[in-house]
Design a protein around this ligand. Structure first.
Ligand SMILES: [Zn+2]
Length: 345
């Protein structure tokens, strides 16, 4: 299954902004121009099946659901070749980036397995293939329908994308969405697609740090911002708790009245993400114990719904909340209130 997704972590609008920012050096501006232009290239590149995808597809469905997914890391060696050369990670000192990313992917797969009983992105033990050192100062990361592709960043605005859990969970969750709802990439389904990736990214960090919803910072991309971005006053790429925060690189709507009809799906993702945040805060405790389970259950309902609207997803979460928490009516009520608050229902 090769999807025509636009699953990059940093949307073109942010890349374009830095590409013309005269306070940055020419080299830096060029890196952003190259990354933005590259987006059109990889959209067509995705249509050809990479060796990694062929390997993944060769695995028979239902082969062994308990099998540990294979994690392979490749080196693109600053080219746009995919997947690139396989890196053996036996010696962590030889290739620190590959070793770290391998460990982080293992931890993310464990999160999906232990909390949601999901075995890899396809729930069938699919191998996870990742190409690192992609392009030159490439300021992005993406899921191309069959593997992750990770850039090194420019080092000033964005640091190495390989070292950010937020990036990895966001991109792998695009894979999970691909194999569950199969959401599209524009309009409400597209915004929902981006929102799910941000939500599970935030929940993963909370789970890893054993942080309650109240203690979490609810930001996305804070760990990939470099010193220059921080000097400009930015602390993250997106915020789920404060969609319009001036310290986020992207200011998002948090209510349907602010839906941007021409907006990139990353922008409009602020609306369903705000509903999730409000539900998590109202229900309280650990987000992964209840509210994330409800969202996952609505997502992995066994049916592909590429055109799913916000309201349809909201309705699915309320139904699933009632089914999962039959003895606690406050939970589905909180979910319903949160969708109402953002104007979706
Ligand atoms: Zn995305």
């Amino acid at each position: 299954m090769v999807s025509r997704c636009r699953c990059a972590f940093v949307p073109t609008s942010v890349l374009d902004r830095f590409a013309v920012d005269l306070t940055l050096s020419e080299t830096l501006r060029q890196a952003f121009q190259d990354t933005a232009q590259h987006a059109s290239g990889w959209r067509s590149q995705r249509t050809s099946i990479s060796p990694a995808a062929r390997h993944a597809k060769a695995k028979p469905q239902g082969a062994n659901p308990s099998l540990r997914p294979e994690i392979l890391i490749f080196d693109s060696r600053h080219s746009s070749t995919l997947p690139g050369n396989h890196i053996a990670i036996a010696d962590p000192y030889q290739e620190e980036t590959a070793h770290r990313i391998h460990q982080n992917i293992q931890s993310i797969l464990l999160f999906y397995k232990s909390i949601f009983n999901r075995n890899s992105v396809d729930n069938n033990g699919m191998g996870i293939f990742t190409s690192i050192h992609y392009g030159n100062s490439y300021c992005n990361a993406y899921w191309n329908g069959s593997q992750m592709v990770i850039g090194d960043g420019d080092g000033e605005i964005f640091t190495d994308f390989a070292f950010s859990d937020d990036v990895l969970v966001h991109e792998l969750t695009h894979g999970v969405t691909q194999y569950t709802l199969g959401l599209g990439f524009t309009g409400e389904p597209g915004a929902l697609n981006e929102s799910l990736s941000d939500i599970f990214s935030a929940v993963y960090r909370q789970w890893r740090l054993r942080q309650s919803s109240q203690l979490a910072d609810w930001t996305i991309g804070s760990t990939v911002l470099g010193q220059s971005a921080r000097k400009m006053g930015y602390t993250c790429l997106r915020s789920l708790s404060e969609p319009d925060s001036p310290t986020s690189l992207m200011r998002l709507p948090g209510h349907m009245r602010d839906w941007d009809p021409n907006g990139d799906p990353h922008i409009n993702s602020g609306i369903p993400s705000q509903a999730f945040y409000r539900a998590a805060m109202q229900v309280g405790g650990n987000t992964w114990d209840r509210v994330a389970l409800i969202w996952y259950s609505a997502m992995a309902n066994g049916r592909r719904q590429p055109n799913m609207t916000f309201a349809e997803f909201a309705s699915a979460t309320i139904t699933r909340a009632s089914a999962l928490f039959r003895s606690n009516a406050a939970v589905p009520k909180s979910i319903e209130n949160s969708w109402r608050h953002v104007g979706v229902i």
